[in-house]
Structures are given as structure tokens and as C-alpha cells.
Design a protein around this ligand. Structure first.
Ligand code: GLU
Length: 293
């Protein structure tokens, strides 16, 4: 027992050193490190044991989603609700946290390859994705909307008829928009198949251009390469400028969960933590702190 406590105390010190040395965690995070509880490492046998032995939890996060995962370009410090949750998971395991910036396109590759242990990156839980990865109970629900240049006079999903929309590869956005256009009877959607839908080949009433990251879609929107930029509202916020606005509709609830490798020992641990933090008000508090309420 004593060895375990020493190990945890060491990891707290290492966390504090990481703060002082490379600025990978904020002051708030440093304070939270002190809350680390003694962890019984003997109960882990597989993935979590590896993480505890390594002393580091490697987490895929967003770096440009204010309030969720944001990296300050000057200080390099990460902040946001997902950053704090990742830090808390690491604290509970008695290890340091290491952030890797991911995109909608790279987060699953990095998880599959083992470069990261889990993903907290505005990752929407879907039935399709649940076949490949484990997801925790949702910790936040967002909605999809569309950002446009005001000059284009696009105000609703109906105005998107026959337009070209920029979306991120590997995201839920294109399918969500098509479903909304069908629901609002903007298009008939006769050829729509939930399982087989592919943004690259969809041609009925709207087309999509897929990009690897969001800054590129924003540039394409300014250049008129696409008429609109569709994704979760939380992600769009940073690209809203004086010349742009959201359309009126927001649709397709996006429940964010922590993703881990399918069947991993870490999935069960993370699920326990998230459920606990939902029940004891921790997640509510994080939403308030990050102005997400
Ligand atoms: N949350 C959506 C998804 O998981 C949008 C993409 C993103 O998170 O970057 O597909």
C-alpha cells in the first residue's frame, strides 16, 4: 500500500513538473493534480496496467474548439472541458496526461494504432461507431448547424438546395444535413440509405466537399469554393466572423463520449469516472467554467 501511495505522490509531482516545464497543463490543472487519490494498481491487468506502468495517459483532443479542447497558440497550453476531463481521468489512474491534437479524420486511426489511449475530441456517439470503438456515457450534447457568408443570403436549410457544402472527412455532418433536408422536405431523399450514405457520392439536392481539417474549410468558404460550412456548433464558433452567420436551423443532437479501444479495460474505468462526474455535479461545473451552459 505504501509503495502505491508513493507512486501516486510521485506522479503528482511529475504532473506539477510537467506544468512548470512544458506548460502542457494549466494552473487549474495543477491544482486538480493535488486531488489525486491513492489508486490500487493491482486491480488492473491489461490496458490500464500498461498506462499506469508507463505513467502517462495519452489522450487525443481537439486544439481549436473553444470550451472543449483549445490550445493557446502563444503559451501552447490546452484548456477546455475535454482537457479537464482527460486530466481528471489521468489523476484517477495516478498518471500524467499527454495531449495529442487530433482531427475528425485522424482520431480513430491514432486510437486504432495505439498512439493514443482514448479520445476526448467532440466525438459523437453513433451506433455505427459503437461497432468499432467503445464510448462512455455522453458528457455533453451539441447540435449541428451551418456557417455561411452573409452575402450569400442563405438563411435556412431550404436555402442550401443545390449548394456545395464543406464538411470534415470522418464526421457525422453531411449525413446529418441530408437527413435534416429530407425531414424539412427540401429534398425527397429517395436514394438515402442511412447505412450506405457517402458524402463523396451524394448528389441529390446538395453536394459535399470533404476536407481534412476545419481551418481549410473556413478558407474554402471565404474563397467561395464552398457555399456553406457544416458541423457541430461548438466547432464552428471559432470560424464565425463579422461577415458570416449561422443559418436558423440547428439539428441532429450530437452526444459526445470518451472513445476507447473496443473491449479495453480502460473503457470500463472511464465509464465509471464519467458516470460519477455526471452524478456528483463535476461535469455540470466544468460546463459552467467553460461557458457551455
Ligand atoms: N462531432 C462530430 C463527429 O463526431 C463532428 C466532427 C468532429 O467532431 O470534428 O463527427
Amino acid at each position: 500500500m505504501r509503495r502505491k501511495i508513493i507512486a501516486v505522490a510521485l506522479s503528482v509531482m511529475m504532473g506539477a513538473m510537467a506544468f512548470a516545464g512544458c506548460g502542457s497543463s494549466s494552473k487549474k490543472e495543477e491544482a486538480k493534480q493535488a486531488d489525486v487519490k491513492a489508486v490500487d494498481t493491482s486491480k488492473w491487468s491489461k490496458e490500464v496496467k500498461k498506462i499506469v506502468e508507463r505513467g502517462v495517459l495519452r489522450v487525443g483532443v481537439k486544439n481549436a474548439v473553444v470550451g472543449f479542447g483549445y490550445q493557446d497558440p502563444v503559451t501552447n497550453e490546452y484548456s477546455g472541458m475535454e482537457i479537464s476531463l482527460a486530466q481528471k481521468i489521468a489523476d484517477n489512474l495516478g498518471v500524467k496526461v499527454e495531449y495529442t491534437a487530433v482531427t475528425a479524420a485522424t482520431r480513430t486511426e491514432l486510437l486504432d494504432s495505439g498512439d493514443i489511449d482514448c479520445v476526448l475530441a467532440t466525438f459523437t456517439i453513433t451506433d455505427e461507431r459503437k461497432k468499432s470503438w467503445d464510448f462512455s456515457t455522453p458528457y455533453y450534447t451539441d447540435y449541428v448547424t451551418v456557417l455561411v457568408e452573409k452575402a450569400k443570403n442563405i438563411k435556412t436549410v431550404a436555402d442550401l438546395k443545390d449548394k456545395k457544402v464543406g464538411v470534415s472527412s470522418g464526421s457525422t455532418s453531411a449525413k446529418a444535413l441530408v437527413k435534416q433536408m429530407i425531414e424539412k422536405k427540401v429534398i425527397a431523399g429517395d436514394s438515402f440509405d442511412e447505412e450506405k450514405f457517402d458524402p463523396a457520392t451524394w448528389k441529390e439536392g446538395v453536394t459535399f466537399q470533404q476536407y481534412d481539417d476545419y481551418p481549410t474549410i473556413s478558407t474554402a468558404l471565404s474563397a467561395g469554393e464552398v457555399d456553406a460550412f457544416c458541423v457541430d456548433k461548438s466547432i464552428l464558433a471559432i470560424y464565425l466572423t463579422d461577415s458570416r452567420s449561422y443559418i436558423e436551423d440547428k439539428f441532429s443532437p450530437q452526444e459526445y463520449g470518451v472513445a476507447t479501444k473496443k473491449g479495453s479495460e480502460l473503457s470500463a474505468a472511464v465509464e465509471d469516472y464519467i458516470k460519477g462526474w455526471l452524478a456528483d455535479g463535476t461535469i455540470d461545473k466544468l460546463m459552467e467554467e467553460n461557458k457551455l451552459k
